[in-house]
Design a protein around this ligand. Structure first.
Ligand code: GRG
Length: 303
């Protein structure tokens, strides 16, 4: 068998991710040429082309293939998901939000271009994402494209990302935040976009409602597991940097899963969610391997 074939029996996730990431980078690069007024396009590209795991586009491509579609059918949507994700990071880093200076190993957008341009670059990426799906998707019936546009809108707006970010902002510094509120924040801030990343690929390929339902449950679980692991990594990385022992004073900063459960229990919860996610894939064939491996990767990743 060809070792580069992602569906060969010895599936290699790292090769698979690397190849898909490369394809996504090429598509993103082509999607956004620099024209007049150059600065806004450059600011959009500065964050869009800054690397990152490209997990959302890769999930979309994987479920499109899983449901019998092609990479080409899903690539515009895959790019749009990364545009939306990137704009959410640009806005999240602004002084009025998290006020971060670094992202993906480089200065944040507003640190380079200023707050005004960063806000506009985010707005432009958000709107271009929808335009891009609508205008560039080929070989897919219009009603499926419409369903994807509609699902993405729902996942990003007040019923999704924005709603989660709002509750996060509103509960900042609240030492009594409940586990339900924390779940709300993350199911909206993180799991919603991961969810539509997974279901949109399947919708474009014409998957059945039952298959989409299973994939949606898979996505919700990996989304939450992803966030729990993110919280754990935040603490373990910071603790290592500061040379502190892990596990004390976890409630002092903002509420995280480890502040409720501690590090070990958080890791176990994430593992449980990953196992549940994989169980949703039972009835899919060989092509479920990437999704299974991505689920496993979520609890083993170190960054
Ligand atoms: C969406 C209209 C609109 C506005 C933005 C600021 C905001 C509303 C939402 C914040 C969303 C946010 C920052 C969620 C956190 C998501 C998350 C887990 C990011 C890290 O994702 P990775 O690890 O990052 O996939 P890379 O860099 O690898 O892509």
């Amino acid at each position: 068998t060809n070792s580069r074939d992602p569906y060969a029996s010895s599936f290699n996730l790292s090769d698979y991710l690397q190849e898909r990431r490369r394809q996504v980078e090429v598509a993103l690069d082509q999607a956004l040429p620099v024209i007049y007024p150059e600065t806004i396009y450059e600011a959009m590209r500065y964050s869009l082309m800054a690397g990152g795991k490209r997990l959302r586009p890769i999930l979309c491509l994987a479920t499109c293939e899983l449901a019998g579609g092609t990479i080409e059918m899903a690539m515009p949507t895959a790019c749009a998901l990364e545009m939306v994700h990137t704009m959410s990071l640009i806005h999240d880093d602004l002084p009025a939000m998290d006020n971060d200076d670094y992202r993906r190993g480089r200065l944040t957008n507003h640190k380079v271009y200023g707050d005004g341009v960063a806000i506009l670059a985010g707005d432009a990426l958000l709107t271009y994402a929808f335009e891009y799906i609508a205008c560039h998707t080929r070989g897919v019936p219009a009603e499926r494209i419409l369903a994807v546009v509609s699902d993405l809108g729902k996942a990003v707006g007040a019923a999704g990302l924005v709603g989660g970010q709002y509750v996060d902002l509103a509960s900042e510094g609240d030492p009594d935040i409940s586990l339900d509120t924390l779940d709300f924040i993350h199911t909206h801030k993180t799991a919603a976009l991961l969810g539509v990343s997974v279901t949109s690929g399947a919708i474009l390929a014409g998957a059945s409602d039952t298959d989409i339902e299973h994939l949606s449950r898979y996505a919700q679980r990996i989304g939450l597991a992803f966030q729990i692991v993110d919280d754990v990594l935040d603490i373990t990385a910071t603790a290592e940097e500061l040379g502190k022992s892990v596990g004390k004073d976890l409630r002092a900063k903002k509420a995280t899963y480890p502040s409720f459960w501690g590090i070990e229990e958080s890791r176990q919860q994430a593992q449980r969610l990953v196992n549940e996610a994989k169980a949703e894939l039972q009835n899919f064939g060989e092509l479920r391997q990437p999704l299974e491996a991505i689920a496993n990767y979520i609890t083993t990743r170190t960054y």
